[in-house]
Design a binder for this molecule. Structure first.
Ligand code: NVA
Length: 336
């Protein structure tokens, strides 16, 4: 008897190999360019042929349940629009419709939803909830954010970095002056690229200043494997939990990570500085304590200049943002 093939799930990017991550990025870049060419007019010259192309309708006649027990703007928009782009039907089930484990067990919920749909994209509270869902679901489950991981956000960040790779100083350029000449050459050469190729990204120094939460955890298991160095500053009481470090070490990512408490040290040599909210969804009761604990961790232009970030450093935030973790000046001038 043939062995039963296990249903694939995506809980964190640690579940994917580097070629799988690169394939996803290349395909996303391709879909984005053929369906939304106006987003990148400087690198995209529509031709008759590419204007008519659509991505393969791989979700035709398929329904994907969007099981969201927490609020969402970007992830919900992105999932609903991309499912429809691939010819599928997105079925949104908010917390008024279903609350995992409240009126029935995750096991029963997984079986019912999995019996009538072809996939589940779930945003949950505690990470255990999505593990339970995946354990019993007959169809693939993708994590749309849990307390521990946020894989789709880090994929989106990576796509943004690739698509802006021409902005980063080349590794062999002089230390403190941006190499404008090379940057212009690289923009020109991108103009000649075919619309379908994902721009290459040289190894970057990526700094993270703030809370060790779901976004950072997926960065930890991903960026070092792709050749980027990760420098993190977070108060020691918020250090990533053991289950995250286990995945980091299994993948050999620990060698590419510097971890400390000093934000100035963390931004040293940074090409990109990243942060996230200090108070994630579900942590509202800890707000006062967290605001005290993260004093000094706000990303500002002065912090990055004094800490020695590259002169042309860029900033990324998954949003929604609060002024607490990053000031307005940074989001006006340095944002990707
Ligand atoms: N750490 C944040 C990410 C929001 C996209 C949260 O979990 O609320």
């Amino acid at each position: 008897m043939a062995a039963k093939i296990a249903t694939p799930h995506l809980m964190t990017l640690a579940d994917l190999s580097v070629p799988q991550i690169n394939r996803l990025l290349a395909h996303s870049h391709y879909c984005k360019q053929i369906t939304k060419p106006w987003l990148e007019p400087q690198v995209y010259k529509p031709t008759k042929r590419t204007q008519l192309r659509m991505p393969s309708q791989s979700l035709f006649n398929k329904t994907v349940a969007l099981l969201f027990s927490k609020r969402s703007t970007r992830t919900r928009l992105a999932s609903e629009t991309s499912i429809s782009l691939l010819g599928g039907n997105a079925l949104f089930l908010g917390k008024e419709d279903i609350q995992l484990g409240v009126n029935e067990t995750p096991r029963d919920t997984a079986r019912v939803i999995g019996g009538m749909t072809e996939g589940i994209f779930a945003r949950v509270g505690d990470h255990e909830e999505i593990e339970e869902l995946a354990k019993y679901s007959p169809v693939p489950v993708i994590n749309a954010l849990s307390s521990l991981w946020h894989p789709t956000q880090v994929l989106a960040d990576l796509l943004t970095l690739h698509e802006h790779s021409h902005l980063f100083t080349k590794p062999d350029a002089k230390d403190d002056t941006p190499d404008y000449k090379n940057m212009q050459t690289s923009v020109k050469s991108r103009k000649r690229e075919k619309p379908t190729s994902l721009p290459e990204l040289s190894p970057l120094t990526i700094s993270y200043v703030g809370d060790s939460a779901n976004i950072l955890h997926d960065m930890l298991v991903t960026y070092p494997r792709l050749g980027h160095s990760l420098r993190v500053a977070s108060p020691s009481k918020y250090r990533a939990p053991p289950e995250v470090w286990k995945r980091v070490e299994e993948l050999g990512c620990d060698k590419g990570i510097w971890w400390g408490e000093d934000p100035r040290e963390a931004v040293k040599g940074a090409d990109v500085v990243v942060t996230d909210t200090w108070i994630s969804m579900g942590q509202e009761a800890e707000k006062a304590q967290r605001l005290r604990d993260f004093q000094g961790y706000q990303v500002t232009e002065a912090l990055c200049r004094e800490g020695g970030a590259k002169p042309d450093w860029k900033f990324m935030h998954c949003l929604p943002r609060k002024q607490d973790e990053v000031d307005d000046e940074v989001t006006s001038w340095f944002c990707l």
